[in-house]
Design a protein around this ligand. Structure first.
Ligand code: BTN
Length: 252
């Protein structure tokens, strides 16, 4: 059975990430704030996240650690949050008939197109997690996209159906909460690394990547992801490498 999650909808805000942060002490663990429209939605690598009003899901789920939330989580283990969020989203999408993969570290792809992006902002207390704000932008009903987006898709494009965004958020939040309980909770089951890797986009085949520091293009195949979240690759000379998020980007 899926968890029932406390969801607060707002008509408009700057970013649901900031909306959660402003009221962080008022929200319980796994509360969700969703906006019909964000005026300053934020993406990864300092990008903006733009979604047409009311057509998609833009929301943030607060995770708390310690006495009023999940068991303490070491900062070194924070990639477990990424695994749980991506696996929960992938399971939800499978439940509505959308087969997807996880593009390391936390994009969700349908074939070569992006359907969902995540921005996970962790608030550390010493060497442990205090809170994590998991921001998710899922393209739901939008069917045409601005040309500057390279490879977007949506649930409506994939399934040719129209969705009630409120109902879908209840379902998705339930899948996320179950995944967080399973991977971060006190009885957490080891093995989320395999669940994540089994869904990894472009795992095992040679593809082109760009090294961000100098723009060089190289061929490599993804072997896996370390427990700390580094991408493990093998190049065409058989050399093994590990990359952090900002060191490498995919050519798609
Ligand atoms: C990305 O792929 O670049 C990450 C996109 C994350 C967007 C979501 S929408 C809800 C939440 N609020 C934000 O400002 N960003 C995240």
């Amino acid at each position: 059975m899926l968890n029932k999650v406390n969801i607060r909808w707002v008509e408009e805000t700057d970013s649901t990430q900031d909306e959660v942060r402003r009221h962080i002490s008022e929200y319980d663990n796994m509360s969700v704030v969703a906006a019909r429209f964000q005026t300053a939605g934020r993406g990864q690598r300092g990008n903006k996240w733009v979604a047409r009003k009311g057509e998609n899901l833009t929301f943030s789920m607060l995770l708390k650690f310690g006495p009023d939330g999940f068991p303490p989580l070491a900062a070194a283990d924070q990639f477990r949050i990424t695994r749980a969020a991506t696996i929960g989203t992938a399971l939800y999408l499978a439940s509505v008939g959308v087969e997807c993969s996880i593009k390391w570290p936390n994009d969700i792809y349908v074939r070569d197109k992006k359907i969902c992006g995540m921005l996970i902002e962790n608030i550390l207390e010493g060497d442990k997690l205090g809170q994590s704000i998991v921001g998710i932008g899922l393209n739901v009903n939008q069917r045409d996209f601005p040309p500057q987006l390279i490879n977007p898709t949506s649930m409506a494009v994939v399934t040719k159906k129209e969705y009630d965004t409120r109902e879908e958020l209840e379902q998705l939040s339930g899948y996320l909460a179950s995944s967080f309980e399973r991977i971060l909770g006190k009885d957490h089951v080891p093995g989320s690394d395999h669940e994540y890797e089994n869904r990894l986009y472009r795992k095992g085949y040679f593809h082109d990547f760009v090294r961000c520091s100098d723009g060089t293009v190289f061929k490599a195949r993804i072997i896996g992801v370390t427990p700390g979240g580094l991408l493990q690759t093998e190049n065409d000379k058989g050399e093994l490498n590990e990359f952090a998020f900002k060191e490498i980007s995919y050519i798609i």
